[in-house]
Design a protein around this ligand. Structure first.
Ligand code: LLP
Length: 430
């Protein structure tokens, strides 16, 4: 058995908790071969590992264990009910950004008193639903939102717990599309306006400011910006407390990066060490909102090669998975490892791994030394985060199946869409 066939997203714990390994030359998810999964459920198919999810979440929880803390999984990274269920059973909190994500957490059995609500555009309806559900706090991102929340809470006769999401103006040093902590980004309240907003909250009565937070960007590969952001928030926390604001927690955000290729990916313990003591010294509970780091390495996208083809100088493996299934390569030029389900020596020539969608941006991987024939199965690594959730029906392609492996069992946790599903709610003109 070869451990860690993929460029590893650190999965924490013992190597035995690595969920995807070759056994007798065939890639397995825990104890089940990906051949078997493809035969039973078809391709393309997302395959998740329960053990992988548990190992990674536990890794995070232990990293922060010295201090009072709550890990709030960012549901946007993977909202499948089975994934949320596994995390809810471990006692996870959840960071949501919509009424839809709230409903998912509820349907998966997650505790709503451990739900925090992020996002800069919460609708009245979403605020009402979350107030009725009794969530842990609203991460408020503007004065307009504070007023709207106060009105909605007053109408329901309740008091809304608020955490002010500030924009600390810190460069997370990541892809510009996923940086969120700079003044030029739409997110958060300018940090210098937070005190005035807290004062306004006090005047409103139906809201109570009990926390502050920031999220500066995703796929952070060093702990420096994370630490700096918390440092700025701690200075603000001192001022808010001097103003009489009863702060109970600080939300350091998510954004912990993973290793897709050759990036450094700090361990959870390094993120914890960068901020834990200083937050605890203020008597504040520490909240974090990791998405990617918890789930990326616990999922692969399984796809079958339909054709091999050569166009001039370029060699292609045309697969049944495409940009509509995994958008990250097309959208961010993201690099995902791709390996054969049958273990093979690398090829001397390179190939582009592409899908059937009619766009030249439709690729999963380019210029890879893969020995691959038509009919072969490939696995795209680190696909557990921002994979299925960003998929679409572009080109009228039904969305992929999702399977969760748990030891020696594979559960179909979302069936492949059928073509009829695609337009069953549409209609022709009368
Ligand atoms: N909290 C907030 C307020 C966020 O906006 C995000 C991600 C997270 C937490 C979780 O960040 P994570 O720990 O997963 O990095 N689609 C992109 C990533 C977008 C992230 C948006 N916000 C991708 O595929 O790389």
């Amino acid at each position: 058995m070869t451990a860690r066939p993929f460029i590893p997203a650190p999965l924490g714990g013992a190597a035995s908790s690595d969920p995807f390994t070759y056994r007798d030359g065939v890639l397995h998810a825990e104890e089940i071969s990906l051949h078997e999964i493809a035969n039973r459920f078809g391709t393309p198919c997302y395959v998740y590992s329960r053990a992988g999810l548990e190992a990674r979440w536990t890794d995070f929880d232990r990293a922060f264990a010295e201090h009072e803390h709550l890990i709030c999984f960012a549901v946007k990274a993977n909202g499948n009910l089975a994934v949320l269920d596994v995390l809810a059973r471990l006692g996870s909190g959840f960071d949501i950004v919509s009424g839809g994500e709230l409903a998912r957490v509820q349907a998966a059995g997650g505790r709503t008193d451990r739900v925090i609500f992020s996002g800069c555009g919460k609708s009245r309806e979403e605020l009402r639903l979350a107030l009725e559900a009794g969530i842990r706090c609203f991460n408020v991102e503007s004065s307009g939102e504070l007023e709207r929340l106060a009105e909605t809470a007053a109408a329901l006769g309740v008091r809304a717990p608020v955490s002010l999401r500030v924009n600390p103006d810190i460069d997370a040093r990541t892809h510009p599309y996923i940086a969120t902590g700079l003044k030029e980004n739409k997110f958060g309240i300018p940090i210098e306006e937070a005190r005035a907003l807290a004062a306004r909250g006090r005047a409103l009565g139906s809201v109570e400011v009990v926390g502050i937070g920031a999220h500066i960007g995703s796929q952070q590969t060093s702990t420096g910006p994370f630490r700096d952001s918390v440092q700025r928030m701690l200075a603000l926390a001192d001022r808010l407390r001097a103003d009489g604001v009863p702060l109970r927690f600080l939300n350091a955000g998510g954004g912990m990066g993973v290793r897709y290729r050759d990036e450094t990916a700090p361990e959870a313990t390094e993120f914890a060490a960068a901020v834990g003591d200083r937050v605890a010294a203020r008597g504040l509970e520490l909240l974090v909102e990791p998405g990617r780091a918890l789930v990326a390495g616990a999922g692969v996208l399984l796809t079958r090669v339909e054709y091999r083809k050569r166009n001039g100088a370029r060699d292609f493996a045309i697969c049944d998975a495409a940009m509509n299934d995994l958008l990250r390569p097309a959208l961010y030029d993201a690099w995902h490892d791709v390996i054969g389900v049958e273990e093979r020596a690398p090829s001397e020539s390179v190939v582009d791994v592409v899908g059937p969608v009619c766009e030249s941006g439709d690729f999963l991987a380019r210029q890879r030394p893969l020995a691959v024939d038509a009919g072969d199965l490939l696995a795209v690594g680190n696909a557990g985060a921002y994979g299925f959730v960003m998929s679409s029906n572009y080109n009228a392609r039904p969305r992929a199946a999702e399977v969760m492996v748990d030891g020696g069992r594979a559960h179909l946790v979302r069936p492949r869409e059928r073509i009829g599903d695609l337009f069953s709610s549409e209609s022709r003109l009368p």
